[in-house]
Design a protein around this ligand. Structure first.
Ligand code: PBG
Length: 320
């Protein structure tokens, strides 16, 4: 009866699995702060994707860790770069069954770890928003050329969605979708990701381009700009500490699919408590994902995607 009257449903089709690919790795490299998550070498990332696919998750979000970094993130738009090669490998191995999404940002590729081009004068610095935009366009086109279905600009530069839409259209990729990281907070919950992607800023922080956790209404402004610029999917990130914002954005933009990114810190805190026996990991992760769905997310990006898919198949909502 509880299932009959349950208000919220969740299935593996709504889950997106992030995948880390490391250019110079020879074997899977465990990420210390995210037990169970690895950086995959080219050549074996497709095997991991196949294992995830067998569990029922067929959407992947790729992050690359390049062997070389520089000030202009050259490797981010190299046609032979790590993500471009990974996309080709996954397409070849998985075919059209898989939806391939890529992260369009610079922070894994810049020597300073910021998400855009840094302008310096003396010891003062700032991320130059407008100088960064054309690079974002180039990165997105290189991903589309490799075969990406969806690009996800996560740099939080103003105007990046419009730039990507123009660049993709001009290059003949009018059917590549944009999943906009519209509402992205300057969050502590990204901590483990920065270890995973080697993308911690070498100086300063990201508060000049990411949102203040104290703000909710500002999310509507960010979402509106991205919608006007041509976003296909809007996103709120992180998810669990921002369920109110997910609901707010969903209600204000019901005509847009909404994704929520349950970030590395959300994964790691449940994982850590589970390992210590302080929480029931499986039940807690399902409760977290159902809550994100209940708040209004249509899609959930989560490192728990394969485990959650398994659990949803085995017991569905019966856990509650
Ligand atoms: C930045 C980016 C970040 C994440 C995805 N893309 C973090 C950041 O802004 O430092 C975080 C994802 C996570 O924590 O799982 N391009």
């Amino acid at each position: 009866m509880r299932n009959l009257v349950a208000e919220t449903d969740l299935g593996p089709e709504r889950l997106i699995a992030p995948l880390f690919v490391q250019e110079d790795a020879r074997e899977p490299v465990p990420i210390e702060a995210m037990p169970g998550i690895y950086r995959w070498p080219l050549g074996s990332v497709a095997d991991e994707a196949k294992r995830i696919l067998e569990k029922g998750v067929d959407k992947f979000l790729l992050f690359g860790i390049p062997a070389r970094k520089d000030e202009a993130a050259t490797e981010a738009y190299n046609p032979q770069g790590v993500v471009q090669r990974a996309v080709r490998e996954l397409r070849r191995e998985l075919g059209e069954r898989a939806t391939l999404m890529t992260d369009v940002c610079m922070c894994q590729y810049t020597s300073h770890g910021h998400c855009g081009i840094v302008a310096r004068s003396g010891d003062r610095w700032r991320v130059d928003n407008d100088a960064t935009l054309p690079y974002m366009g180039k990165i997105a086109v290189s991903h589309a050329e490799a075969g990406a279905d969806v690009v996800g600009p996560s740099s939080m530069m103003d105007g990046v969605v419009g730039q990507l839409r123009r660049s993709l259209d001009e290059a003949g990729f009018g059917d590549v979708l944009i999943m906009a990281y519209s509402v992205k907070y300057a969050s502590n919950f990204y901590g483990p990701f920065r270890e995973a992607a080697e993308s911690a800023p070498a100086f300063g922080d990201r508060r000049t381009y990411q949102m203040d956790p104290r703000n909710a209404m500002e999310a509507l402004k960010e979402a509106e700009l991205d919608a006007e610029e041509g976003a296909d999917i809007l996103m709120v990130k992180p998810a669990l500490p921002y369920l109110d914002v997910i609901r707010l954005v969903k209600d204000a933009f019901p005509q847009y699919p909404l994704a929520a990114y349950s970030v590395s810190g959300e994964y790691s805190m449940v994982k850590a408590a589970g390992e210590r026996g302080w929480l029931d990991e499986d039940r807690s992760l399902l409760e977290m994902l159902y809550a994100i769905r209940r708040a209004g997310a249509d899609a959930i990006i989560t490192y728990y995607a394969p485990r959650a898919a398994e659990l949803l198949r085995e017991m569905g909502g019966h856990v509650f």
